[in-house]
Design a protein around this ligand. Structure first.
Ligand SMILES: [Zn+2]
Length: 142
């Protein structure tokens, strides 16, 4: 498969801690050492206070659905036999917003404001990035 057909971006020095953590089922994000602001995606400088002293820390993996939609067309082999797949913007408790899938739910049951928790989905065996995990979210029960 061509490079453009890869299932995950190739980590670079800046993003490697995120991908390394994902492989052990952890959602690890950058946090400013000076003002404690969290970031996603990656930055070299704090977007709040300008500090260049940033560290990686494990996020809670909990958040709230900000918005959601249904993917009805297969754009990626991972979508096969799963449509419609719920895609969502999730506001993590750390204050960052990330896009992901809401899995194991009927699309009609997904609502803005629902609490969700991260989980990690392994790619199929025939995926070029076999062994890698991708973060997805599940609705939390009451
Ligand atoms: Zn800062």
């Amino acid at each position: 498969m061509s490079e453009t057909g890869r299932w995950l971006a190739e980590p670079d020095d800046e993003s490697r801690p995120y991908f390394d953590a994902m492989r052990v089922s952890k959602l690890r994000l950058q946090r400013c050492d000076d003002c404690s602001t969290w970031f996603f995606p990656f930055h070299k400088r704090c977007q709040n206070c300008g500090s260049t002293s940033l560290s990686w820390a494990d996020a809670s993996g909990r958040g709230t659905i900000f918005s959601h939609a249904r993917l009805r067309r297969e754009y990626h082999p991972r979508h096969a036999d799963r449509l419609p797949l719920v895609i969502a913007w999730i506001d993590l408790d750390e204050g960052v917003r990330m896009a992901s899938n809401i899995v194991d739910v009927e699309p009609d049951e997904v609502r803005v404001g629902q609490r969700v928790a991260v989980d990690f989905e392994r790619f199929p065996e025939d995926a070029p990035a076999f062994g890698d995990l991708v973060p997805v979210f599940r609705i939390l029960g009451d």
